[in-house]
Design a protein around this ligand. Structure first.
Ligand code: TRP
Length: 446
């Protein structure tokens, strides 16, 4: 790797990784999953998963990237060669690159809807906001052309940024987007605490109620921990390759995790007070929480439509800063192998994601009745990536870094004290693999 592909200063890596982590997963998925899985019980398990699995796997993944200093596919290849490992380990890099495109394909569909919602202004004299909102959503997703338009636009912007390069494209964009994102979420949280039912939202998220903990809550929380931290597919590994050599991983990753978790909590503390402010609405409405329920809630609040637009701008920003990390690993590989230039490479990969995304779009409308193994196309993509590929990738990362890499060098490179190091190794060797393995097994028995 040439020197000009190293991020300047320590903050760019932090913002880029936080940009990757903070996304639809925090602002859309976290609130609705917390809403449907009993609030505080889910939040508690989610915290545990972040601490015991997310933190060690994220550090390990970053370390692998910086160790290899190449695209995830080639960084893994280097580890395989350096340690004389079996050829099969190389699958890890490929699996990740492919998972990235698969996630991007439907991520861009939802991000497209969010972007379109910036312009969803409910008429101020609307007599039936519930009907208006539900109808708006079903008309939107019922129209393949509208959805394709926004999907194309979102994916186009993503590819444009990545095509401009790691430093000038991703780095510069992130340095501008992330501070904006943090400002907006704080602004919205203040708005909702003044206009909505903040106390009830707070209790809903933090009043520990252990009776609601169940296997399905645990599985959901772990899947969410992987997704929200962008771990298990090489996104963070790719960014790790651009990290300055002397940046202390052990101090940097916790910062990213704190940022990501804070945004998820702030998002919950923005959305729930607003939804609770309206007695006819429920927080457990699932994926429609953001696109159906929230606009209804906003409609009865002061300056609701302005803040609704600001809210969807926030989501769009969070989504772009994540989507670039989904396509970067594969793009970096294409560029490295000199198969195509970065620009042409990202266009071709983007085209793959675009086509795959059509399947997810159609599962809302013309393919509504078509099921593969009991899943519609979108749910199949979601299941394959979040429930199989990411945990599998995470497991492989744990085993590689926990059991194979040389420990003394790693301890020095990570700049950890002994206590933290022992925690890290125990999690990587035992806690994380056993938890992930148990969850895999639970699929077969549930
Ligand atoms: N973490 C992002 C979110 O919360 C999504 C994302 C970006 C992602 N890159 C990833 C998820 C890599 C898994 C793997 O919305």
């Amino acid at each position: 790797m040439n020197q000009n592909k190293i991020w300047q200063g320590n903050w760019t890596f932090i913002l880029a990784a936080a940009g990757s982590a903070v996304g639809l997963g925090n602002i859309w998925k976290f609130p609705y999953m917390a809403g449907t899985n009993g609030g505080s019980a889910f939040v508690l398990i989610y915290f545990l998963c972040i601490l015991l699995i997310g933190l060690p796997v994220m550090m390990a993944e970053t370390y692998l990237g910086r160790y290899g200093r190449k695209s995830p596919i080639n960084s893994i290849k280097k580890v395989v060669t350096d340690f004389n490992l079996s050829f099969y380990w190389k699958i890890l890099g490929w699996l990740g690159a492919i998972a990235g495109l698969m996630i991007l394909s439907y991520y861009s569909v939802f991000a497209g809807i969010a972007a379109a919602y910036i312009f969803n202004f409910m008429p101020s004299n609307e007599v039936d906001p519930v009907y208006y909102s539900l109808n708006y959503f079903s008309e939107f997703v019922g129209s393949p052309m509208k959805m394709i338009f926004w999907h194309t636009l979102f994916l186009g912007i993503t590819c444009f940024i990545v095509g401009k390069g790691v430093i000038d494209g991703i780095g510069k964009t992130i340095n501008f987007l992330m501070p904006t994102l943090f400002l907006l979420i704080i602004l919205l949280c203040i708005y909702s605490s003044f206009t909505g039912d903040f106390l009830r939202a707070f209790n809903f998220l933090f009043d520990a109620d252990f009776s609601k903990i169940s296997t399905s809550v645990i599985i959901a929380a772990m899947g969410q921990a992987f997704f929200t931290l962008s771990i298990g597919m090489g996104a963070i590994m790719a960014y790790g390759a651009y990290m300055p050599e002397d940046q202390p991983i052990a101090k940097t990753i916790p910062v990213i995790i704190i940022l990501d978790t804070s945004v998820a909590l702030f998002a919950g503390l923005t959305i729930f007070p607003i939804v609770f402010s309206n007695p006819i609405l429920s927080v457990s409405s699932g994926p429609g929480l953001l696109f159906e329920t929230l606009p209804i809630a906003f409609s009865s609040l002061p300056y609701g439509s302005i803040f609704s637009s600001i809210f969807f701008i926030l989501i769009s920003i969070a989504a772009v800063s994540s989507s670039v990390s989904l396509i970067e690993p594969f793009t970096a590989w294409v560029e490295e192998q000199q198969i195509f230039t970065r620009k042409l490479g990202v266009i071709i990969l983007g085209l793959f994601a675009w086509i795959l995304g059509l399947g997810s779009i159609f599962s809302f409308n013309i393919w509504k009745e078509i099921f593969i193994f009991g899943f519609d196309f979108l749910s199949l993509m979601d299941f394959l990536t979040n429930n199989i590929m990411l945990p599998f990738g995470g497991l492989a990362i744990c085993l590689l870094v926990g059991w194979v890499l040389e420990k003394e060098k790693m301890k020095k490179d990570l700049k950890m004290n002994s206590g933290f190091y022992n925690f890290f190794i125990i999690c990587l060797k035992y806690v994380a693999p056993i938890s992930i393995g148990t969850i895999f097994l639970s699929y077969f028995f549930s």
